[in-house]
Design a protein around this ligand. Sequence first.
Ligand code: MSP
Length: 649
Amino acid sequence: MEKKSFYITTPIYYVNDIPHIGHAYTTIACDVMSRYMRMKGYDVRFLTGTDEHGQKIQTAAEARGMTPQELVDKIHVNFRELWKVLNISNDDFIRTTEDRHIRVVQAMFKKLMNQGDIYKGSYEGWYCVPCETYVPESSMGENRTCPDCGRPLITMKEESYFFRASKYVPELIEHYEKNLQGVMPRIRYNEIMSFLRGEVRDQSVSRTTLKWGIPIPGDEKHVVYVWFDALINYATAVGYLDSQEMFKRYWPVVRHMVGKDIIRFHCVIWPLMLLALGINVPVSVIAHGWWTVDGEKMSKSKGNVVDPFKMAELYGADAFRYFLLREVPFGNDGDFSETALVGRINSDLANDLGNLLNRTLQMIVSYANGVVPDGGGNGLQGGDPLDLELRAFGESTLGLVDQAMATFSYDEALKQIWAFIGRGNKYIDETMPWKLNKEEKTERLRSVLCNLYEVLRLSALLVAPYIPESAEKIWKQLGCGGSPLSAQLDEFRWGGGAGTKVDKAEVLFPRIDLEQWKKDRASASPKPEEKERDVEHEAEIDVDGFRSVEMRVAQIVRVEEIPRSKKLYKLEVDLGYEHRTICSGIRNFFRPEELEGRRVIMVTNLKPAKLCGVESNGMILAASAGEGENEQVVLVVPASDVPLGSRVR
Ligand code: MSP
């Protein structure tokens, strides 16, 4: 029989940043679903990749003194590496700078243009010149300023190509009305429907202000807008241009998993593009929530970004995978805390699952010479109600897990699996195999051991998509050949393990000693209030000592690189009463256009010093935090306008 296909995708990640917990979360969720569907007999295609064009990338490259191509070639590797570390089983990894993708984007663009669904017009909006980006009204700072650099925005009008999105809106509404699972969960479905019923404007799909993008065929001063380019990756990767056969096999069954912040692109713009192209819209877009960390929004400046590499190294990829999907109902926001992670390792993994495995294997070794007894009648000889109930529990768990997975309710699936594991542990306490052994109730003991073995065999299969490495270990200890991941869930038969020789019991998840863990953690990453004590302080000064530092408001008028230095800029500053030249070590943190025109605070009575051949006559003030790659530097500036040369006291 031909297998049914199933195609699942993660968003493609921007490579201007290193991977964090948010990226890991979506990818792990897709991986678990892919592995599960493979075990249900589907022909699965699982895609992930990187989004490599656009302003963000160009800006990040400039800040690092690299070309955009050099940057993306370097950074995208971090994602590939992380997926290895987290045991991600993607079938393909797409980069939007690949030729296979560029060809598809250009072909789709041309098709839409030829049929009149892309037309030339002009785009007008609020624009930040130094950041070279349009800022939507909703994200502007106070007094129409740029949310990134704080500078005033200007209105800008440029020639742009537009996609006639509005034309296809009624068709999309009709589609969603008939397909309630088109956007999941329901709260996001409702959000999308009300957006669609409002005003959906035609979309600008090209830029002339930026170079780093896919050129528009026949009008090369334009590049394709990054989102129009990025969304198409999903079609490129299953052969939209290159393999009709593959496209037919996977496209009609595509599911996109995304964070809740990017659903408009996936549930409105992308399906409208597809309708215009005459292609099916996705079966579902599944939106997950956002992670905060210890109750706070994750941000580089707070230094609380959760590094998935580190989590995998400290606790193991499986524990991290398990925690992310168990801790919060999929679709809701969640809070990440290492304390909660450690709690789950100890209770769910070490205690519930680890103990069941250990106790069972030890008993099979002690009471049955390490060979799973044939309990007779699939281990149910005698028809003991307890045995029948245990088996029914196992079989219904398979069904409940399946129902939960059909709605991407990972936490619910895990709750069902752990309820079954808990039932197994309780069965040991109820049957007391050690007592049966002592009393030489051999037949009963054989059935009990056989049933316990089946609990574990089924549990190993059920947990395999979530914790693949550990499931393999359990499988090996159970003496089963092959891998649980290549087994078929529907082929599981209770009692099928009789006669197997079990392997040595080994600890699967060592319990974490909480006291020790707290101590280690405190010394590894001091909390902010503890850090305070480690701050290096200067010797005390009196007020006259402070007064002797002359500080004034100055304006940076010109910025030049100093050829002999990688860190220094030569700045020309205006103090109102004179111009000065100073050297400043901020080159790695600001582009010249981010500095020119800015008012800063400057120390004006420093002794002149020669740095890399340039005489410096003062110093501008900046605050810095973090170290190495995480170092962050911000300028100290007057809060509002004050004449140049004003004294700072
Ligand atoms: N490149 C676009 C996607 C294009 S898809 C055609 C993009 N990339 S991203 O790298 O910025 O974000 C990727 C995903 O990470 C998004 O789904 C986003 O929701 C998710 N997350 C980013 N931070 C997150 C959390 N703190 N928590 C959970 N997920 C979050 O957007």
